[in-house]
Structures are given as C-alpha cells and as structure tokens.
Write a protein that binds this ligand. Structure first.
Ligand SMILES: Nc1nc2c(ncn2[C@@H]2O[C@H](COP(=O)(O)OP(=O)(O)O)[C@@H](O)[C@H]2O)c(=O)[nH]1
Ligand SMILES: [Mg+2]
Length: 339
C-alpha cells in the first residue's frame, strides 16, 4: 500500500511486489505526509460525521437487525461508495457479525478494514497499486476529461519526481487543442524544473508525443509525462485519438507508455465513475488520480472506482499547490471516511 512517495514508486534494485504493511495497520501519528492526512480528514469531515453517526446508532447501539444494515448501506451509498461496493462490504460485515464474535468497536474497525480492502483491486492488498519507474525513460500518459485536473496533476507529479526522487523529467504537451493549455503546462514544467516539448498550434497530438519520447531517449531523461486533450465529443473520437497517441509512443519506445493515469474529479461522484469507464475502454488505464478531494467531494468514489473498474487509485489531489498531491493510502482513506 502506498503511503509516501517512495512507497508509490518502484525504483531500480527493488522487487516489483509491494512489500509493506496491510492497509489497516494504524500508523496515523508521525506517518509521512501527516499534515496531508489531517487536511484530507478535515475535507472528508462531513462524510465522516454522517457515516460515524450511522455506525454509532446502528452498529454500536442499536439492534443489528435488517433495518440497521439497510441504514448503513444507505449511508455508504450516500457517501459515493457505490452500490456494488457497498453491498459487498455490508454483506461481509453482516455475515461476520452474525457468526458471532464481532461487536462494538471491533465492528467499526472491521468496517474500516473492509473499506480499505475494497479500495484496492483484488481486495487483498496485493494489487498493482504502484508506479514502476525502472524503464529508462519511463513514459506516463495522462488522460481524462478537461477540467478534471490533468495538467495540474502532471505539474505536481513532475515536481515530486524531481524534488523527492531526483528524477530528470520531461513533459510533452500533446493537448494541442488550446494554446492556453500548452502555456499552462509549460509554466508547470518550469516550476518542476522539467524539460518541455510542444508542437505547433493544432499539431497532431501523436507527433508531439512521439517527439517528446524521442527527445527523452536522446537526452537521458528518466521520466516523460505526456498530457493529452480531454475532449469527449464521442467515444469513437476519444478512442481514435488516445489510441493513436499510445500507439505512436509504443512505436518510438516499444512497451511504452508504461503507465496510463486517468484523472477523475472526485466532486463529480458517480458521473466520474462513468467517465472513468469510458476512458478505460479507450486506453488501458493503469491507475487513477482522484482530484479535488478538497472540494465538496464525499470521498467514497475512491472505493467505488477501485472495486467497480478494477483500477487502483494511485494518487489523490487535495488542492492546487505543488504539495497537494499524494500517493493514495487505502487504510488512511477508509479511516478518514469512517472513524
Ligand atoms: N481544489 C482543487 N482544484 C484542483 C485540483 N486539481 C486541479 N484543480 C483545479 O482544477 C482546474 C482544472 O485543472 P487542469 O489541470 O487545468 O485540468 P485539465 O483540463 O484536466 O488539464 C484548475 O483550476 C486547477 O487548479 C485539486 O486537487 N483541488
Ligand atoms: Mg489540461
């Protein structure tokens, strides 16, 4: 489970399998990114208050009857956890409670644990929720609907790769649709001390991606991040364009892109889940970046995406600043939602 930047990335000289603790092992105090976690908790306070009130009233004090479980289900669905994920989690909890030895606080703790497991595809904490940086260069393709925070995320990610891991980063502006988008990205590249490759206005996105990866190969860059346009006129358009960008990158560097990150705006709730599904049909998405968890997001969507699409959330964003992006930690997240 990713906790800090070094846990998220797989680097040279390290096995690909995650070797850390199970999600629910509570290491809140003094954990890396503790300030970030506090802010995440603050942002999710409304959801947590609603959910923990429900847990208190139905699981800890009331009779554990059908109505109690239904109320818990409703509360989780209201928190954006999604119908399927909610049903799975509550059924499991209900069964374990009926079997006997789970009651009181233990019930709440088990709920947190089950939610944390639901947040990782495979459900057992062994999901591919890390980003492998061992290929040189590693190519990361960023996709997502306009406005979800793709460009901002690229900037923050580039900055962390450089500042935390000392990686040489190059950003390719294959969102050639709007000049302002290219300038915004260039400004992020400057802040992150990353190289920058742009095309002529209206240039073919594939050719910009091709050039960016080519330049990275020549100049000893470690990580290339390619921004794309998020127009969603039709599913066919999107498939054609993103598919082409990915193919062209693979032509320049066989096996690339190594990572395709889809940004999802957490405030869009179940609609974000639908968007994610469309993109996942267009390109093989390997990870989700859930942005805007500082807004009106209820948060449960992080769990719904992982469980219902089988794609791990790898990063979460809680603001517009450089430091406002962090590796996703299912255990921390589930605790922030419930307890
Ligand atoms: N509050 C908040 N705003 C964000 C976050 N990520 C991005 N934004 C803002 O969302 C808007 C759209 O972001 P942008 O990166 O341009 O989205 P893109 O169209 O997908 O590239 C910008 O105003 C960003 O500053 C986040 O985590 N929290
Ligand atoms: Mg953009």
């Amino acid at each position: 489970m990713a906790r800090d930047w070094r846990d998220l990335f797989i680097v040279d000289g390290e096995a690909a399998a995650p070797a850390d603790e199970p999600a629910a092992a509570g290491a809140e105090a003094g954990a890396p990114g503790g300030g970030f976690f506090r802010r995440l908790r603050d942002n999710l306070a409304k959801t947590r208050q609603a959910l923990s009130a429900e847990v208190q009233a139905t699981l800890l004090q009331g009779d554990l009857d059908d109505e109690a479980w239904e109320r818990l289900e409703e509360a989780l669905i209201y928190a954006d956890v999604g119908a399927r994920t909610t049903a799975d989690v509550v059924e499991r909890l209900e069964r374990e409670a009926a079997e006997g030895d789970l009651k009181g606080e233990a019930l709440r703790e088990r709920l947190v644990e089950l939610l944390a497991q639901a947040a990782v595809p495979g459900g057992d904490g062994s999901g591919p929720d890390r980003i492998d940086l061992r290929a040189r260069p590693t190519v990361i393709l960023a996709v997502g609907v306009n406005g979800t925070g793709k460009t901002t995320t690229i900037g923050k990610l580039a900055w962390h790769l450089h500042a935390t891991l000392g990686r040489r980063v190059l950003i390719g502006a294959a969102d050639t649709f709007r000049a302002a988008a290219v300038e915004q990205l260039e400004e992020w590249a400057r802040r992150a001390e990353a190289g920058f490759v742009r095309g002529a206005p209206g240039a073919d996105p594939g050719s910009v991606a091709y050039d960016a990866v080519g330049r990275a190969r020549e100049s000893d860059v470690d990580v290339v991040i390619v921004d794309t346009a998020g127009r969603l006129h039709t599913q066919d358009d999107l498939m054609a364009e993103l598919g082409k960008v990915a193919r062209v990158i693979d032509k320049q560097l066989p096996g690339a892109p190594h990572e395709t990150l889809l940004t999802v705006d957490a405030t869009t709730g179940q609609n974000g889940l639908r968007q994610a599904r469309l993109f996942a049909e267009a390109v093989p998405v390997s990870g989700i970046v859930l942005t805007k968890l500082d807004g009106t997001a209820k948060g449960g969507i992080a769990l719904a995406i992982a469980r219902e699409l089988g794609i791990p959330v790898k990063l979460i964003g809680i603001g517009e600043g450089l430091e406002d992006l962090r590796p996703f930690d299912p255990g921390d997240f589930a605790r922030a939602l419930v307890s």
